[in-house]
Design a protein around this ligand. Structure first.
Ligand SMILES: [Mn+2]
Length: 218
């Protein structure tokens, strides 16, 4: 099958709609966690609920929002799908064993190894750190699908991945200015991150160092 991986939407409905508008014909959509929290959380969950072939993966943000959005409570921590050209692919949020653990462009084999214990799949797709990559480590292909709604790529847009037969890291351009205006007006959680993600995008390498605990905070 061919799969679109849409991760870390964070209630950015305009970004999701832009991706859906240019989505090619796929057999499944993996929504890889952290649909919420975000400014248009309810509307975003409702939009996804209207799509065909959706597989959900639970993110830490969804888990922490389960009181407000009860439907997320049943989402699994991981999903495995047999993807054309790639074989069995494990979809998780942070790492295969945790929805909060971070894997970045800087993660080394020592830190990664325990996260892969017991994992059979050769290809692993995650998110959570909001930056795309496609790395080979410890004989596994480790892909980050990027973030649809709150990317840390150094450039604005909606980031996602198309899987099968290869791995295609995609960026969808949309009217970010109009989206930020709408999201800010909606208010609520994650609004404070719009500036560093979409308005004046932060340096992605600085963000990666932060996730690796390498940032020296004064
Ligand atoms: Mn997350």
């Amino acid at each position: 099958m061919r799969v679109a991986a849409l991760y870390d939407i964070h209630g950015n409905l305009p970004a999701l709609d832009a991706v859906l508008a240019e989505l090619p014909d796929v057999d499944a959509i993996v929504v890889g966690g952290d649909v919420v929290p975000g400014p248009l959380g309810r509307e975003t969950l409702d939009r996804i609920a209207g799509l065909d072939g959706v597989h959900y993966v639970m993110g830490n943000g969804d888990r922490e929002s389960a009181e407000e959005f009860p439907e997320v409570a049943g989402w699994p921590a991981t999903v495995t799908l047999d993807v054309d050209g790639l074989g069995p692919v494990l979809f998780c949020h942070g790492s295969p064993r945790s929805d909060t653990e971070t894997i970045t462009v800087l993660t080394g084999e020592d830190r990664l190894a325990p996260m892969l214990e017991g994992v059979q799949e050769r290809v692993i797709v995650g998110g959570h750190t909001h930056r795309q990559f496609d790395r080979t480590l410890l004989g596994r292909r480790i892909v980050n699908a990027g973030s649809v709604g709150l990317p840390y790529e150094g450039v604005a847009g909606a980031f996602w991945a198309l899987l099968g037969p290869g791995v295609e890291l995609r960026r969808t351009a949309y009217d970010v200015e109009a989206a930020v205006e709408r999201l800010t007006a909606a208010g609520g959680p994650a609004v404070q991150y719009l500036e560093e993600s979409l308005v004046n995008p932060a340096d992605p390498d600085e963000v990666a160092r932060h996730f690796e605990g390498l940032t020296i905070e004064g």
